[in-house]
Design a protein around this ligand. Structure first.
Ligand SMILES: C[S@@+](CC[C@H](N)C(=O)[O-])C[C@H]1O[C@@H](n2cnc3c(N)ncnc32)[C@H](O)[C@@H]1O
Length: 231
């Protein structure tokens, strides 16, 4: 059974206390697909940006990522380096926040599993460990444990800390050999987006607006694209 098929076996509700405390009711696959179809072209575009602000274990992100990977494979299946770089771009285009640590971990693992299964299917023994580590590194930064309402990171008890949620924007440079990471505070990105009334409605369920607004810029780093985990 594929990882995604296995996941569909899970229930929409894990426990009553989680529903009561955190409103945790997962969206069924049929609704996820129907909603993604509303922005079908964007879900199939490799670098379109999506943010799921209460991502759970990533029902929407997994569907979008699966569609993006179909596009990556369609164009780059015969060129391993290009497939690797473009698939990292696709991973870097997805953002999630959840207040529960196990959901964040599950979401990262799920997205990684989708990527890893396709990478191994295509390139088998030629798969490179450094690319897997890069994929994990991006997921570790893009899928965040935090409170999407206060826009703060949370502690193990799901209480707000003083640290803001920070998102990294990833962009390819120099023919795919290097990637730039630029960090922005979530609160500043949202405030910048809300100032532009034409942009805000497009932000749900996902769009490019949030991370293309100026926001509060925190810093920039360059990485070799196949070793970006190596800070
Ligand atoms: C209704 S579930 C939706 C999960 C997923 N988006 C889906 O459609 O299957 C709501 C999720 O939001 C998370 N959550 C609740 N309050 C939150 C908050 N203030 N910030 C971030 N996540 C929150 C819960 O842990 C839960 O995973």
């Amino acid at each position: 059974m594929k990882p995604e098929e296995e996941h569909q076996e899970l229930k929409q509700v894990k426990s009553r206390s989680r529903v009561r405390d955190h409103g945790e009711v997962f969206t069924a696959e049929r609704e996820v697909k129907a909603m993604c179809d509303l922005v079908k072209d964007e879900t199939e575009r490799i670098d379109s940006l999506f943010l799921e602000p209460a991502c759970g274990d990533g029902n929407f992100l997994a569907e979008i990522f699966t569609r993006k990977l179909v596009s990556v494979t369609r164009f780059y299946r015969r060129r391993q380096f290009d497939w690797e770089v473009k698939s990292l771009v696709a991973i870097g285009s997805l953002y999630g926040v959840d207040i529960l640590g196990d959901n964040v971990e599950a979401c990262r693992e799920r997205l990684f599993g989708i990527w890893d299964a396709e990478y191994r299917r295509l390139f088998k023994s030629k798969c490179a460990e450094c690319v897997s580590l890069s994929a994990r590194f991006i997921l570790g930064r893009n899928i965040v444990r935090g409170n999407a309402l206060s826009m703060k990171l949370v502690d193990d008890a799901a209480q707000d800390t003083d640290s803001p949620i920070v998102f990294s924007q990833w962009s390819l440079l120099a023919g795919g050999v290097k990637m730039r990471r630029e960090d922005f505070e979530f609160a500043s990105l949202l405030a910048a987006a809300e100032q532009d009334s034409e942009i805000v409605p497009d932000a749900v369920p996902g769009s490019e607006c949030l991370l293309q607004e100026s926001g509060r810029f925190l810093g920039s780093k360059l990485y070799p694209s196949r070793r970006i985990f190596d800070e």
